[in-house]
Design a protein around this ligand. Sequence first.
Ligand code: AMP
Length: 473
Amino acid sequence: MVDNPASVPCFEDFGLAEKILRALNDQGYTSPTPIQQKAIPVVLQGRDVMGAAQTGTGKTAGFSLPVIQALLPMANASMSPARHPVRALILTPTRELADQVADNVRNYARYTGLRSAVVFGGVDMAVQTTALRAGVEILIATPGRLLDHVQQKTVNLSQTSILILDEADRMLDMGFLPDLQRIINLLPQKRQNLMFSATFSPEIKKLAASFLSNPVTIEVARSNATADNVSQTVYQVDEADKSEAVAHLIQSQSLKQVLVFTNTRVGASRLTRLLEKKGIRSTAIHGDKTQPERMAALEAFKKGEIDALVATDVAARGLDIVELPCVINYDLPFTAEDYVHRIGRTGRAGASGDAISLYSPKDERFLADIEKLIKRKLPRATLAGFDGKKSSSARPVERRREGGSGLTASGKRSDRSPYKSVVLERKGKHDPWFDKPYEPSLSSVVEAKEGKNPTKQPKKKVAALLGGVPKKK
Ligand code: AMP
């Protein structure tokens, strides 16, 4: 799946242990991706890293393989928890990403004897507590739930010598900086720090400056760029026709495994209902769903049991579906960075993909922001073969956030017809359930109710708090 030129090193060249190479072989990885080629040797040297890595580049293996290699001497079969302290901590902004990273780590470390565990909210703490009490060398966590465990004294981070911040930009967006600060304060001063981010805002650079020590910057793609192997098309559509347009796109092109983004949970549910009415197997994944429901939806999607997964931005991170062919933005995201993250769900690890966005004239500003960020003009198209007005019978009641257009997209699937334009009303915010900074909670399930939190507390707060982050080493 990864296209590497002939001169590319192989995993053996990094001096990775046979136990790790065997696991990579099981995964079917034949050669390292560009981020892996750059990151693995540097991390193995013990250097701090600032990684500018897009989604789908293989960055998880890029940091976890050398970390596993570095921890190999500590692997042991002792039953004593004291012999299995947390040595590497991987922090991610969302539960889905934590779960995904944990899956990867488990696979890569399967022959090593190193233990790993994942903790995130929305599920019972008891199972996590049992795993933590038994001892794990590699812990993958979302900040809030980790702090819950810290508070309950089920985890001790005093021997954690490697810290990895994955999708650091998203963590800041979600207001996790205070939580990060608390967590960093629990770690030994002397440690290796790795930070990965898809986009690079001044806040991210400040965060990097504050806790990375003489980092090596690794970049495999232009900052804030979107993957070159993703073809991007935008269709102007009447707001009221968007849902029908999504259905039209899926049906006329026989699309399978389409990830459709909406900005609100209500919008996601509504669109899902309409798609189902049209006979398209669909499920919504957003903050009103419990964690087990969301995991089940993801599983069904991965297995091809549903054709359209309708998601709020929570799914934009950490959703790893190999060769996801198509992402549709039913709503344009409110922040341009989210566009990059959303469409990064397709075209992962060298595969090609289509990113289709629907927009109405009201969205011009968002579109302009996106184009500015990705430094690229997106081709506007009209949707052929779709008469939005016909769709009115199927239109959900609240037209304001529905719409439809058709599309033709990226070049690969070319035969589509032109569409028209209209008006779209946008308001909204992220799914606040996922945008919640730490609040101690005794029971995990409670987290599933975190609905009312403000979305972001970003920039000023970041700047203010960063001053307090101690410089390391
Ligand atoms: P990531 O960017 O870490 O989320 O990885 C994206 C996808 O690429 C995941 O499905 C990985 O399993 C896959 N992947 C990572 N490294 C390689 C590799 N060297 N060869 C093939 N696939 C890979």
